[in-house]
Design a protein around this ligand. Structure first.
Ligand SMILES: [Zn+2]
Length: 456
């Protein structure tokens, strides 16, 4: 009954409870949760610290080719940043290239991750082809541990509504979930072209170019498609009040609709684009930053449970790459980094500022995404038998975030300069300390592929 490690005197926080206990860890798993455990081979004193489940970020794009450029964070730098920021599990989007089978898309991504990842990882698959042969692959791929597929409603990367309907029907039949980027492509394209024609080309017009109404319309539409086919959907990076209202109404009708939001929408607003140029381009993601009223609605959505998860959508570009759209906002590559800072920024803005409880924070950053995507209870909670993926977190420590101290190759961070209350001191993955005080103590390749099986 020897423990390899005992974490003593911490305050354990789960999605439902907060209590004092020691954690006994053996074989990488939590073996006991109790007061006064016997001495372990190693001991960590967590007095004054919270013990949280490691973050589960189910929305990342590492080593992802977009057009003729590739995101600068690969599985090594991206998961190093994650580990130092208290994230212990990611689900990255394997992007099916034209002509590839779904299995080939996963193999391509596994080759990127295998020798590089510091933390455990699973894959969703972005479908760029949902023809009959690809959909015929779904049941076997779901059974093999890949139960989630993503589509876009925007024009870029889109496969069209008829294909999306076929996918929803196929997913329904084999227990898969469909993740959806909701913005109306025709509306976006029209508004962007009109702005460009008016000479409004600078990234300062980015938010104006992607109205919240386009997101609301697409969210309402995909919900109706899911309703038609009794399919389960997960709305990625929901950013505005109108889309949230559509989700809330759908959930009241009993539909299986889940919504994720993103740290930048909870902590930044569209005024940040006013600066223009590359500084604005650095904060260009899709959807764009929204209004303070939208932001307030998102926090309310977290409190009410209508938004169940937070995912970074970490997509890292350097300022030089972002500068491609300096004179034409449609040419700015989409995406921002943030894997290393998201957990503490949302803890600070959410828990420390009294907007959400620590338990809700754990629910949306770990437990709920783990449940939805078939990782629970191995990941996403603190329970006997779960992997010992833990963050020792000091809720009282205040620091200013400095992008020069981070691991992302983007070289910048959207939350640079934020004064945060709450700090990850130690990150453990399967009982192993992989980061301490922002210093990486892991080795590339120790992360394991997670095959996921959903209960539907
Ligand atoms: Zn994404």
């Amino acid at each position: 009954m020897d423990y390899a490690l005992v974490i003593r005197h911490g305050t354990v926080v789960t999605a439902s409870d907060t209590f004092q206990a020691d954690l006994g860890i053996r074989d990488g798993r939590i073996a006991a949760i109790a007061a006064g455990l016997p001495r372990g081979q190693q001991e960590i004193d967590a007095s004054g610290l919270q013990v949280l489940p490691g973050g589960v970020d189910v929305h990342t794009h590492l080593d992802a080719p977009v057009g003729d450029v590739v995101t600068v964070d690969d599985f090594e730098s991206g998961t190093a940043a994650a580990a130092c920021g208290g994230i212990t599990t990611i689900c990255d989007y394997a992007w099916q290239q034209p002509g590839q089978t779904i299995a080939q898309a996963i193999d391509t991504w596994q080759a990127k991750a295998r020798s590089r990842a510091h933390i455990d990882y699973g894959f969703h698959v972005i479908l760029s082809d949902a023809g009959p042969e690809r959909l015929a692959e779904l049941p076997a791929m779901v059974a093999a541990g890949y139960p989630s597929y993503k589509v876009f409603l925007i024009s870029e990367f889109g496969i069209g509504d008829p294909a999306i309907l076929r996918l929803l029907a196929a997913a329904r039949a084999c227990g898969a979930i469909v993740n959806v980027h909701c913005e109306n492509g025709a509306m976006l394209d029209f508004v962007a072209q009109r702005l460009l024609a008016q000479g409004k080309r600078d990234p300062r017009y980015y938010a104006e170019s992607r109205p919240a109404l386009a997101e609301t319309e697409a969210t309402e539409r995909i919900i109706r498609y899911a309703e038609l086919l009794d399919a389960e959907i997960y709305i990625v990076h929901l950013s505005c009040q109108g889309a949230l209202e559509a989700v809330r109404a759908a959930r009241r009708r009993g539909l299986r609709v889940w919504a994720e939001t993103r740290p930048i929408y909870l902590a930044l607003t569209e005024e940040r684009y006013q600066v223009g140029g590359v500084e604005a381009a650095k904060l260009v993601g899709a959807p764009p930053l929204r209004s303070p009223a939208d932001q307030a609605a998102l926090w309310e959505g977290l409190r009410s449970g209508d938004i169940v998860a937070i995912g970074s959508d970490n997509t890292s570009w350097t300022p030089e790459q972002k500068a491609a759209g300096r004179d034409d906002f449609t040419r700015v590559p989409y995406g921002v980094p943030g894997l290393e800072t998201e957990l503490r920024v949302i803890y600070s803005e959410g828990v420390s500022k009294g907007r959400i409880s620590a338990n809700t924070f754990v629910a949306v950053f770990a437990t709920n995404p783990a449940r939805i995507f078939g990782l629970y209870p191995r990941k996403g909670t603190i329970a006997v038998g779960s992997d010992a993926d833990l963050v020792l977190f000091d809720p009282r420590r205040t620091e200013r975030l400095d992008e020069r101290r981070l691991h992302s190759r983007a070289g910048y961070d959207p939350f640079h300069g934020f004064e945060v209350a709450g700090w990850p001191v130690l990150t453990l993955s399967r009982g192993e300390v992989i980061a301490r005080e922002g210093e990486l103590l892991s080795r590339p390749g120790r992360g394991q592929l997670l095959l996921r099986h959903r209960k539907s």
